[in-house]
Design a protein around this ligand. Structure first.
Ligand SMILES: *Cc1c(COP(=O)(O)O)cnc(C)c1O
Length: 485
């Protein structure tokens, strides 16, 4: 806090596309999409117009005992997208699904059928947690218990914090939390089971292991079953753990873990607050002739996994307004269905649940995500990010460069050959980000990891600038950066 008080903050006044402008008229590239929320850029005329159109009708009315149009339409679209059978690309999908041996998300089970709206990622997870807890109890489990990953981050409310495992954020509140179990997350770059020496590539590509991390999860489930009865649910950030430090999972990890969860009849809670709405790229192409004709918007589907609970927020309104959703199965919904006198309903709701302005923005964003130009832009962005990030490998202070779709993390180290970390007190990540800000690129570090995840409208030229500013800033700030190789 002293550092914050001692400095003049950058005060943002406006934004257009991937650019932000401050009170002094200085421009910055928004290299972390305003903390991972913005999808199509700032001031997108189509989203602005959708919000303005809605504003002429009404900004907000309560969803307690009432419904409204935009939120109802949004729920329908979210369900379609989450089961990969949207109206827009439904017929196209069906044809391709028949033509291809690759299982499409539309064939995945369970079917997600119901939507609970709330305000942000934390509340979306809080809702998933409370529903999963009570669902398990109504299935006869006396003390439902949850498993999540080391380094997990699911939000800052007490339930979400209980599911999380980042000591620096969570330790102070230990007395307030309920107990959940943690299990090893796949962090290939620093995995004790990875016997490979450091190389100049994403650690997932050259790792040497026998999937011990997956075995650990299987063991954890088996052990729990013997001791206390089965886990009720496992919570996962699919494909990449965000606040843990942009830690990506090796291909096949999610699929394997989902099978373990299913084998043990536990529920799978997917926290796609960060990864949802196309952030993790378009997934594997259907074939070379029809690349990405029906891409799913969700990370789980890249490995043909369908969760029982899907939590969405950050990008849901394209980053324009605070709104979130928790998608669930019919089985969960039915567990809360009863006569008035049974009081089986889910006693949970927020004042701004199903907010109309947010719904209007989210509907407009979903439409944009399905356009050809958005698909093309995302394919190009993923590729230019991949190409540009390669230019970081010659730097001795770059230990790992990892990318999942349109999300990248660059882990700074003292010495790439030993993977030796900077002490957090050295503020390596913060200092590099400050140097980047001076050169007109804004992002926030997670400890020693620099996050690069710009809006989808970011051009190849802007990506080149973001990465070259990162490269120069590492050079400015960190001593060893020149003697790589
Ligand atoms: C940001 C985030 C949250 C919390 O979302 P808020 O909107 O900040 O409450 C939860 N889970 C994940 C994976 C996140 O990245």
């Amino acid at each position: 806090m002293r550092d914050w008080l001692a400095r003049e903050p950058i005060i943002i006044t406006s934004g257009k596309g991937a650019l932000l402008r401050d009170v002094n008229g200085k421009e910055y590239l928004d290299a972390n999409s305003s903390i991972w929320t913005n999808l199509h850029g700032h001031g997108d005329p189509r989203i602005d117009a959708a919000i303005q159109r809605q504003l002429k009708k009404i900004a907000h009315s309560s969803a307690l005992g009432l419904a409204n149009e935009p939120a109802s339409l949004l729920a329908e679209k979210l369900i379609a997208a989450a089961n990969s059978d949207d109206a827009e690309c439904g017929t196209r999908n069906a044809k391709l699904a028949n033509a291809s041996s690759i299982p499409r998300a539309s064939r995945l089970t369970p079917h997600l059928t119901k939507v609970f709206f709330s305000d942000d990622g934390s509340t979306a997870m809080e809702v998933a947690l409370k529903l999963a807890y009570e669902f398990a109890r109504r299935q006869g489990q006396k003390r439902p218990r949850f498993l999540s990953l080391e380094g997990a981050y699911h939000g800052d409310t007490i339930g979400a914090v209980s599911l999380g495992h980042i000591d620096r954020f969570h330790k102070a509140y230990a007395g307030l939390l309920f107990k959940t179990d943690a299990v090893k997350a796949p962090y290939c770059y620093r995995c004790p089971f990875n016997r490979a020496k450091p190389q100049r590539a994403d650690a997932r590509e050259y790792r040497k292991c026998k999937w011990e991390c997956v075995d650990a999860i299987e063991q954890k489930f088996a052990q729990q079953k013997r001791k206390r009865g089965p886990y009720s649910a496992m919570v996962i950030e699919p494909l990449i753990q965000g606040a843990a430090g942009m830690i990506p999972q090796p291909a096949g990890w999610l699929r394997r873990v989902a099978e373990i969860v299913r084998d043990h009849r536990a529920q799978l809670i997917a926290d796609e607050v960060l990864t949802g709405f196309g952030r993790t790229g378009l997934g594997p192409p259907l074939s070379s002739e029809t690349p990405h004709a029906s891409p799913s918007l969700f990370a789980c589907h890249h490995e043909n996994v369908q969760p029982d609970f899907l939590a969405l927020a950050k990008g849901m309104t394209a980053g324009y307004l605070p709104m979130a959703a928790t998608l669930v199965t019919q089985a969960v919904f039915d567990a809360f269905l009863g006569e008035y006198s049974e009081f089986k309903t889910f006693f949970h709701g927020h004042s701004f649940t199903a907010n109309q302005l947010g719904s209007a923005a989210a509907l407009a964003s979903l439409e944009l995500l399905h356009t050809r130009s958005s698909l093309r832009a995302r394919v190009q962005l993923e590729q230019s990010l991949r190409d540009q990030l390669q230019t970081l490998w010659p730097l001795g202070n770059v230990g790992d460069v990892r990318q999942v779709g349109l999300i990248a993390g660059v882990e700074l180290v003292k010495n790439w050959k030993t993977r030796e970390s900077f002490d957090l007190r050295e503020q390596a990540g913060l200092r590099v980000c400050e140097a980047m800000a001076r050169r007109g690129v804004l992002t926030r570090p997670i400890g020693n990891v620099i996050v690069v995840m710009p809006p989808y409208c970011t051009t190849a030229g802007q990506i080149e600038k973001i990465v070259s500013v990162l490269r120069q800033s590492i050079g400015d700030v960190l001593a060893e950066s020149q003697d790589a190789r």
